[in-house]
Design a protein around this ligand. Structure first.
Ligand code: AMP
Ligand code: GLY
Length: 427
């Protein structure tokens, strides 16, 4: 089959890497892709925000299946436009419609959904410009730290965690009145702070049936010891040592099943990945957030651990036939270390020439922010490249990735050297 994969980060490189191993694949196109995906298929400069461009390309290139990597086109309703176009009748589409994408597109909607279906999550209230005063009063009734979340998509920057009440009240005003996050903060969810350890759990679903994929731990902060600014993710490890069978059973019973049933009960068709951003509070899972896609950089450790044919699973999900499939995992540990540009997540320079790819041994390279410039591969983003290794233990997998990080070079490169340290006490 011919596949169009939308996106151009490390997640999409990992998806492309996996599906090119499938006997079902004929041609793969990636829009826009990166220097890594260009070795696996053809990169296409398509703008996924322009439905007409996507439709024309799909028809011209006889695409059989469209896979959407990032959330934005889904929240914008690409799946709905696709399904409404009669000329695209036979083309399979993997990714939820706008209604399902609300799980990520609106934190207020997601919180209300969880309340309706009794899914464990932090207690919260939502406020708007008209209810700022009530919001400030509400904050005064809660215990610090205070968690303020912009309702809409804010590129991972829409969550503030503030210790001081007056500061939190001020921040609420700024978000609502001054539109600190643009229209994303026209509503703000004020949430209780949960103390625990986070992990990411993934399913693939056709809306009826679901398969749980390997879970992962993501490292969000730029600095070692989880300090400094939030980033898109500095690396990931899968499996997660504290996510034992008992914990994962709770996740399935209390969170995954009610989510899938809830969507179905509300007549929301859902075909795609669901990413459950969870926190374990003394062994009990709570939902911090939903995403309607694979995580990045979680995909770079999760996908190499999927033994089954991912393209076959995605196709079955898009056809509504997932029930008959099974998913097998690689029992080994996978560790993905993200190398980033100097200055990231603040301002950074692009266009740095990269070298050392040929010296890398026993790791998989997933390009995130790279592009081809003539014969050179150059940096083109903050998160540049993930180095993933598989081994019998987490420590060995990390060691292998770190050895290869030493071999890849570009001016200003940085990576965290402490991944997995927080998990050692569990493994
Ligand atoms: P989100 O964008 O919802 O993933 O939030 C970003 C980060 O903020 C999460 O990964 C958590 O580390 C933190 N966070 C969000 N909500 C809470 C909460 N209720 N309690 C503690 N930490 C939270
Ligand atoms: N790694 C977190 C995310 O993909 O949103």
């Amino acid at each position: 089959m011919n596949v169009l994969l939308i996106g151009g980060g490390g997640r999409e490189h990992a998806i492309a890497w996996k599906i090119t191993q499938s006997e079902h694949l004929d041609h793969l196109y990636i829009a826009p892709g990166n220097a890594g995906t260009s070795a696996l298929g053809k990169n296409i400069p398509l703008n996924a925000d322009h439905f007409d461009e996507v439709r024309d390309f799909v028809l011209e290139s006889e695409i059989d299946l469209v896979i959407v990597g990032p959330e934005a086109p889904l929240v914008e309703g690409l799946a709905d436009k696709f399904k409404a176009a009669p000329e695209l009748g036979d083309v399979l589409f993997f990714g939820p419609g706008q209604a399902g994408a609300m799980l990520e597109g609106s934190k207020d909607w997601a919180k209300a959904f969880m309340k309706r279906h009794k899914i464990p999550t932090a207690l919260s209230e939502t406020f708007t410009k008209d209810t700022i005063a009530q919001g400030k009063d509400y904050l005064a009734t809660r215990k610090p730290p205070f968690v303020l979340k912009a309702d809409g998509l804010a590129a991972g920057k829409g969550v503030l965690i503030i210790e001081d009440l007056a500061e939190a009240q001020e921040a609420l005003s700024e978000m609502l009145e001054d539109e600190k996050f643009g229209s994303a903060s026209s509503k703000v969810v004020v949430e209780d702070f949960l103390s625990g350890i986070e992990l990411s759990v993934f399913v693939i679903t056709d809306g009826n049936s679901y398969k749980i994929l390997p879970e992962a731990k993501d490292y969000k902060r730029i600095g070692e010891g989880d300090t400094g600014l939030n980033t898109g993710g500095m690396g990931s490890i899968s499996p997660v040592p504290f996510a034992d069978e008992t914990f994962m059973q709770k996740v399935e019973q209390e969170i995954i099943r009610p989510t899938i049933h809830g969507l179905k009960a509300e007549n929301i068709p859902y075909c795609g990945f669901i990413f459950f951003g969870l926190i374990s509070v003394q062994g009990d899972p709570y939902v911090i957030e939903y995403n309607v896609r694979m995580g990045d950089p979680e995909a770079e450790s999760v996908i190499p651990r999927i033994k089954s044919d991912l393209l076959e699973l995605i196709k079955a999900a898009a056809e509504g036939q997932l029930k008959d499939k099974s998913v097998e995992f690689e029992p080994q540990y996978a560790a993905a270390v993200m190398m980033v540009s100097g200055g990231y997540p603040g301002a950074y320079e692009k266009g740095k020439v990269m070298s050392g790819f040929d010296d890398v041994e026993k790791s998989i390279l997933f390009h995130a922010g790279t592009k081809q410039a003539g014969k050179e591969t150059v940096t083109s983003g903050g998160r540049v490249i993930a180095i993933t290794s598989l081994a019998e233990s987490m420590q060995e997998a990390l060691k292998q990735s770190y050895e290869n990080c030493e071999k890849i070079s570009f001016e200003g490169s940085y990576y965290r050297k402490d991944l997995g340290k927080d998990l050692e006490k569990y493994s």
